[in-house]
Design a protein around this ligand. Structure first.
Ligand code: DHB
Ligand code: FE
Length: 277
């Protein structure tokens, strides 16, 4: 059966793509952010995952406000990126892992998750940039994207996203394959891009949340979506992706490395790498 080697979580700000395209990772603004990934590159070189299951939220590239699934799972042989209007270069397609996609879909529907199945799926900065951050030399893993709606209310609760993550973990571990799987979650941490609280950041909450993912992963499920918006900002709710990731990894974890840097653009940029024990 397949093995989950751990979880990787990171923020996904479009400006990161601009910094990579311009090669300015060593400039003072960017260095504390990009340096946070160096120990993770070393770990990934040692544990060598074959597949990444990626929890992320689409921001209007594949799903627009008129048709918005709560949960969507990619089942394509490859995933293309496209121009989102940030001026970022479009990337080569990412390879899919359709047999795992269908196994996941079967398992999730069996567990009563009413997901949308996508045999075509454009992937936006929330999918592409984290893979570039974790594997700057090129993406060596095949991928399964799982999209959680955090842009159009009503959003799924933290408790529901945790349950989704747990079911995804069960599905991966029951996949008849000898592949090594890493679970990736992208978004957050605290940020709000518009409205009266634009620029809002909540460092104490972010740090508490990151801590909780190590020893007490269900801690954030106590909060309603509105409480999470209050505590982390309208876009800070993207932390749901981190929660689903941690639930998928399950069990006990070892902290490989974490980083937290304020701000990147409008966002409190966090990163965690957790090894499954
Ligand atoms: C920013 C953050 C995001 O999560 C996003 O999807 C777009 C922009 C920002 O801070 O600029
Ligand atoms: Fe985002």
């Amino acid at each position: 059966m397949a093995k989950i080697i751990g979880g990787l979580t990171t923020s996904h700000v479009p400006a990161i793509g601009g910094a990579i395209a311009r090669g300015v990772q060593q400039e003072p603004y960017w260095k504390p952010f990009f340096d946070g990934f160096l120990p993770v590159h070393q770990w990934l070189g040692e544990v060598k995952p074959d597949v990444a299951v990626v929890f992320y939220n689409d921001h209007g590239l594949n799903f627009f406000l008129d048709k918005m699934p709560t949960f969507a799972v990619g089942a394509a042989p490859e995933y293309r990126n496209a121009d989102e209007g940030w001026g970022l270069p479009t990337l080569a397609p990412f390879k899919g892992q359709p047999d795992l996609s269908w196994h996941l879909i079967e398992h999730l529907v069996d567990r009563e998750f009413d997901i949308t199945t996508c045999q075509e799926m454009l992937v936006d900065h929330a999918f592409t940039l984290p893979l570039k951050l974790f594997w700057p030399q090129g993406c060596p893993v095949t991928t399964v994207p799982i999209c959680i709606n955090t842009v159009q209310f009503p959003l799924p609760s933290a408790k529901r996203c945790y349950a989704l993550g747990r079911a995804v973990g069960e599905a991966i571990r029951s996949w008849d394959s000898d592949k090594r799987v890493v679970v990736v979650g992208t978004g957050g941490l605290s940020h709000q891009l518009d409205g009266e609280r634009a620029g809002f950041i909540n460092k104490p909450f972010d740090l508490k949340f990151m801590d909780s993912l190590i020893e007490d992963p269900q801690w954030a499920t106590q909060f309603s979506i509105h409480e999470l918006v209050e505590k982390t900002g309208t876009q800070g709710v993207e932390l749901l992706m981190w929660l689903a990731t941690r639930a998928a990894v399950g069990g006990r974890v070892r902290k490989v490395h974490t980083n937290y840097h304020i701000p990147i653009s409008n966002t409190a940029a966090g990163m965690m790498a957790l090894e499954a024990l």
